[in-house]
Each structure stands twice: as C-alpha cells, then as structure tokens.
Design a protein around this ligand. Structure first.
Ligand SMILES: Nc1ncnc2c1ncn2[C@@H]1O[C@H](COP(=O)(O)OP(=O)(O)OP(=O)(O)O)[C@@H](O)[C@H]1O
Length: 331
C-alpha cells in the first residue's frame, strides 16, 4: 500500500500570455520509507507537482484542475478544504524549500521558530516545546545546539540554516517530507551532509521523502525509485537502478548521455539539442518528439502517450514512448 498516490494530477498557472498547464496528467506512488526522486530540466513541472500536493502556491494564479492526491489515512488532499489541508501541512507532510532563508523568519530566534511549529499543532508548554526544539537541533547535528537555540538565522551558515529548516520539517514527525532541491544552494561537502541527514531520518524513522533535483548523481546516491519529468508529464518511472541503468525513454537516455562518465558510462557530453516546448500550447503527441532523434510520424500525433510497461521490463518500470525499440544514441 503506498503512502502517497498521485493520479492524473493537472495544475495550471494563469498568466498574461494564457494558461500554462505546468502539471499535465502526472501519476506516481511513493511507498512508506521510500526516497522518491523527481528529475527533469528546469521548468518541467517538478516543483509545481510537489507544491500541488500541499497546495503551496505563491500567488493566486495556480489551480489544481484535475486528478487526485491520495495520502494514506487522510484521503484526497486535492479535494480537501483549505482548513483541513492546513492541519496536514507540517503534521503529515512537510516541505523543505531550496532556499532556507525563505522558510525562516529573519527576526525570530531559531529555537523559537522550531518550538512554535510544535506549539501550533500540539498542546505543550513553552518549556517543553523549547526542550523538543533543542532535541531536534541535536537530531540534525547542529553543533552546540544549546547556544544555537538563541541565534538568529543570519548568524548561521547556509548549511546550518538548511539543517534548521530540516529540524522544522521533522518537528511534527511527518510521514512524508517533500524536499525541493534542498542542497542546490549549498557547497558540495555540505550538500553531502544534508543528503546523509535525510537518508538517516528515513533509515531511523521510516519517513518517506520526495526529492526534487536536477542532479542524476544525487538521485543515484539517495533515491530508491524515481520519475523523470518532461514538459509537465512523467515520461519514465521505476526503481533508480532500472531507470538509470536501463533507461527506456529517449529523453532519459538523452539526459544520461549528456552526463560525462556517469554510472560507469564513459561518453562525451552530448547536450540535448533544442529546448522544451511551451506549456500554454504544447505540440500534439509526445512532447519530446521535436527533440527526439528517433521520432517518427506517429510520435507527433494525438494525445501525449501514457506511461506503460515494456515486455520483459520490471512491472513498475514504465515509460511513455510509443516506439517499440528505442535504440541508444550513438556513443
Ligand atoms: N507562479 C507561477 N506563475 C506562472 N507560471 C509558473 C509559476 N510557477 C511556475 N510556473 C511555470 O510552470 C512551469 C513549471 O515550473 P516548475 O517550477 O514546476 O518547474 P521545475 O521543474 O521545478 O523547474 P526548476 O528546476 O527550475 O525549479 C514553468 O513553465 C514555469 O514557468
């Protein structure tokens, strides 16, 4: 039984140029205790998909127009009233943003910020909440946590700030954490520490994590299963080993071919030519077809193809390419 089941999710942004369907029929499942990676080029809808789960949209231009977001035990979040969804946020599902500064109040001491999350959802005394905050700072390996409780965000490094944000996400012991490129703003060593921290939490508490990234190396390092998104749709999904070692969609292959020496491959960097289509009026058929070296006439007609398994592939390894045999790009 999956913890989160997203079915045919559709989210639109209304803008002066028209309505962009940033999420167009996205489906995937996240199992208990699993780290699920979402990858794809900038603008493909990774963040919009994940923000749709908790309806965390900045501004009023975004709207979920179809589909379901079933959280085990809570029902369909997409159909839930705002007041009920507010209770799910933080308690059942927590969000970690790319930039810790946007998640922190610059004028409030760290300890108070963590404690307030606890007090907002639980009936505990001020001192008990402060003690719990200290414990959380310890959990995320913040050095000298007693001293840090009274620090302001600007007094901490970027890495420590992101640890505070993670402590806030862990405060109510959610079953699912959505981490939207949580390490992008950090240097490589700190990145590694944060990844280890999230993994440790999963290993110890069985917390499921959705991890958005554009870094396939990170996916390979921390994720169990993954989805590859392109122009608002999932084009391939499965276990990380299946998708990265046996990619079946030409877009996934192109992404992998663009990596120098990734996963034992020793190929020259092959940039993917062209750019993704606009989302206001995407082309018919497969959205990758205009950039796909293998596309035939059938690829540019009708609806965008749905995900399907291939003969001989693992049951949960699905891709959305209609070609029966997808050759590898020449090495
Ligand atoms: N508030 C908004 N108003 C209008 N369009 C938006 C808004 N937020 C996102 N979009 C559009 O929705 C599409 C998907 O954006 P999204 O941020 O989900 O992509 P992403 O894959 O997470 O990209 P990145 O890796 O750059 O974060 C993009 O075309 C983007 O321009």
């Amino acid at each position: 039984m999956s913890l989160l089941s997203i079915r045919n999710l559709q989210t639109e942004f209304r803008g002066p140029a028209g309505i962009a369907r940033a999420v167009d029929g996205v489906s995937f499942d996240v199992n208990p205790g699993e780290i699920f990676g979402i990858v794809g080029e900038s603008g493909c809808g990774k963040s919009a998909t994940c923000r749709s789960i908790l309806r965390l949209f900045a501004g009023a231009t975004a709207r979920i127009v179809g589909g379901e977001v079933i959280l085990d035990g809570s029902g369909d979040l997409a159909a839930m009233r705002e007041a009920d969804l507010a209770r799910v946020r933080g308690r059942d599902v927590a969000f970690i943003f790319q930039d810790p500064l946007t998640a922190l109040n610059p004028t409030m001491r760290i300890g108070k910020q963590v404690a307030e999350i606890i007090r907002r959802h639980r009936q505990v005394s001020r001192s008990a909440a402060r003690a719990a905050a200290l414990e959380l700072l310890r959990d995320v390996h913040i050095p000298s946590p007693e001293r840090r409780l009274d620090a302001y965000p600007h007094e901490l490094s970027g890495g420590l700030r992101q640890r505070v944000v993670i402590a806030m996400a862990l405060a109510l012991a959610p079953r699912l954490i959505i981490a939207d490129e949580p390490t992008t703003a950090l240097d490589v060593t700190v990145q590694d520490q944060i990844l280890r921290l999230l993994k440790e939490r999963r290993d110890r508490n069985g917390t499921s994590i959705i991890f958005i990234t554009h870094d396939l190396g990170v996916v390979s390092q921390v994720c169990d299963r993954m989805a590859v998104m392109y122009a608002g749709r999932v084009v391939e999904t499965g276990t990380v080993r299946d998708v990265l070692d046996r990619p079946s969609h030409p877009y996934t292959r192109a992404l992998l071919d663009a990596l120098p020496g990734q996963g034992g491959r020793d190929r020259d960097l092959v940039p993917i030519e062209g750019s993704p289509p606009g989302l206001i009026a995407p082309p018919p058929g497969c959205r990758f077809a205009p950039r796909c070296p293998f596309a035939g006439p059938a690829c540019t007609q009708g609806m965008a193809p749905p995900l399907h398994p291939r003969p001989g592939a693992t049951a949960d390894h699905l891709d959305a390419c209609i070609l029966t045999e997808v050759p590898h790009a020449p090495a």
